[in-house]
Design a binder for this molecule. Structure first.
Ligand code: ATP
Ligand code: MG
Length: 463
């Protein structure tokens, strides 16, 4: 498998490498300690037995002199399998024992512990073994060597040492390949996300980030990115709709204006006053539409927050209702404030006033009851927990449930309302203003009629 250099640069691999290092050091330390303590323990045991034996020899020497030692060495050399003994005369010749000759170490070093190789004549021929022994010089330059064969112990230590190396090696190999595998998996998924991003950048906005279905952090990232893409797509869709709607809705009045001016120019009567009057009205209407569009855009972009101030919502509602009363009375209607809970909000006063006016305007236009022809509009301000609700209710035709979201979009007007003047921007502005205030515009059935509810977060002033 050719190792991709990119793999080594992934954060997963680096993390795996750090863990591997820590793990390998721990494994090494534990095994090293086991090795060291086992070897030390075995060494101690050997030394203890040899020491005990030397004590025995010393006892013999004290009681029976050199002969006592000679006898014991002879006896034990035959009986003991793993032991080495040697007693030599002053010129180094063997008197008794199972060693062929005085080991070089015993000659070179002062009395004490020595380790030396020696040959054993076993069933499988002559073999080289190691021995550990205590050597001492007796009176008259006789030398005594008492020891143990430590070949088994050496082998055991070698096995433990080899296990240690293998364990470390295996840890490293498994760790590195595990790290590479994980990084490759990680990198693959990042690559998929990259590929999807490139497809989207190339213009395919319907493409979405891939999901592995594991709900891990990459899936969560993909989910977040996908939600963002959905939102962007919705906004772009909205933009497209708005531009085509703007073009469409402004074309008609402009064409009409142009036709009227042309007519006037061609006409014989020189009284252009009426034409100019109508043209100005039409231009005003266009300007109003533009202003509304700009207000909605500003509110939706959240740019208007600098106009925020604390004020009592009930006061504002009463002001607006008072301003609007004559309009309703002109239409033979009735406007009442049912309840008004005094509460502080942090809001743009002018925009909220505009939103309320738009709702009242709609109530006047569409809120007349079909059966008895009366126009009754009720306004109330209620406090619900941390929220404040401003409700404008009428008894008109209302809006069918399936249209309640649609009418909040720009330029949307329901068919039955075409007889009334308007451009379909009123509710869009209300919705935009509510978004700006972290609130919501909810349209409900007033059985019959429409209940428009403005939900605002309550403001608790600090300090
Ligand atoms: N109180 C209501 N009762 C019944 N239908 C309503 C009510 N308010 C709004 N609507 C419907 O929702 C549509 C959109 O309302 P909106 O206020 O956005 O536009 P408009 O009133 O037609 O025009 P504009 O407000 O820009 O003058 C209206 O055309 C009407 O069909
Ligand atoms: Mg309206």
């Amino acid at each position: 498998m050719p190792i991709n250099l990119k793999l080594l640069k992934t954060s997963t691999f680096r993390l795996a490498a750090v863990y591997l290092l820590v793990f390998a050091v721990s494994v090494g330390a534990i095994l090293g300690y086991v090795y060291w303590s086992t070897v030390a323990l075995l060494e101690q045991q050997t030394e203890d037995t040899i020491e005990a034996e030397v004590q025995g020899f010393a006892e013999q020497y004290r009681l029976r002199g050199l002969n006592g030692i000679l006898d014991t060495v002879r006896r034990r050399s035959q009986a003991e399998e793993d032991s080495v003994y040697l007693l030599t005369n002053p010129i180094g010749r063997r008197l008794a024992g199972n060693l062929a000759g005085l080991p070089a170490q015993a000659v070179a070093e002062a009395p004490g512990w020595i380790e030396f190789p020696y040959e054993v004549d076993g069933p499988r021929g002559i073999r080289q073994h190691s021995a550990k022994a205590f050597h001492t010089v007796l009176e008259g330059n006789f030398r005594l060597v008492v020891g143990r064969d430590v070949e088994e112990r050496r082998k055991f230590a070698r096995i433990i040492r080899r296990t240690l190396y293998w364990a470390l090696g295996l840890t490293l190999v498994l760790g590195v390949s595990g790290g590479l595998l994980m990084s490759r998996n990680f990198l693959n998924r990042i690559e998929q996300i990259n590929a999807a991003s490139r497809v989207i950048m190339a213009g395919n906005f319907a493409e979405r980030m891939p999901m592995a279905g594991t709900e891990d952090e990459l899936d969560r990232l993909s989910t977040a990115l996908n939600e963002m893409l959905d939102q962007i797509e919705r906004l772009m869709q909205g933009m497209r709709e708005v531009s085509s709607n703007v073009a469409h809705d402004l074309k008609t009045p402009l064409t009409r204006m142009r036709a009227r001016l042309e007519d006037a120019l061609r006409g014989n009567d020189n009284d252009h006053r009426e034409t100019l009057q109508q043209t100005i009205e039409e231009a005003d209407h266009l300007l109003n539409t533009f202003n509304a569009l700009l207000s909605i855009a500003r509110a939706e972009a959240g740019q208007a927050r600098e106009g925020f101030a604390e004020f009592d919502i009930c006061e504002l509602v009463r002001d607006i209702v008072e301003l609007y009363e004559p309009t309703i009375e002109d239409a033979d209607g009735n406007l009442t404030v049912k309840s008004c809970a005094s509460a502080t909000v942090l809001a743009d006063r002018q925009l909220l006033a505009q939103a309320l006016t738009n709702l009242l305007d709609n109530a006047v236009k569409y809120g007349r009851n079909d059966d008895n022809g009366t126009l009754a509009v009720a306004v109330s301000v209620e406090q619900k927990g941390e929220e404040i609700e401003i409700i404008v209710a009428d008894h008109g035709t209302g809006i069918a449930p399936e249209d309640r979201e649609r009418v909040k979009k720009r330029f949307v007007r329901l068919d039955e309302s075409r007889s009334e003047p308007g451009s379909g921007l009123g509710l869009s502005l209300v919705a935009g203003v509510m978004t700006l205030h972290n609130g919501a515009l909810e349209l409900e059935d007033n059985a019959p009629g429409l209940k428009a509810r403005l939900v605002l977060p309550r403001h608790t002033s600090v300090g």
